[in-house]
Design a protein. Sequence first.
Length: 180
Amino acid sequence: MTQITSVRLPIDWTQFGWPSEPVLGSITLATGDPAWMWSPAAPAFAVHTFDMPTGDPVDGFTLDHIVMLVPDLGAAIATLGRIHLAPRLKMKVSGRPAAFFRAGTVLEVIESPVRDAAIYGLALTSSSSLEAVSLTWKSLGLDVGAIKPAIQPGRRIMTVHGLDAGMAVMSEDGSVTNDD
């Protein structure tokens, strides 16, 4: 199965109280210019690849999805198709055409006025309450946004501001009911 194994972004992961190369579920994160590692091979985008670091596991978090911006969604779908990935869902995200792919984790591809394809950021899932994560990260000096309903029914999301890449944290699937 073709899948993403590692992502590098200009985020210092230690500011979250994590090791410098955290492993969230099956994905290793690293700090530096945006890049990724795929197995068995990366799609032919203008996104750098890098050697996957060893990393140290972080309990309570997994990588929910990676956000990639592309100048042409149709061309991106064709590129991912060449490594045998097909969109699982197509929809508009903030008014822009988007497609979602299963690449181990979810890859959210959004058409945007960018020159080349680029990794924009990522969204994590926390097994702890978002309120607990927010309080912990605020105590570490991070700028954490308000918790609000996510696009996905039954989930909530919060954004971490002031980073050099996009980052959000989501509640687990079905953690919010209509009674909440």
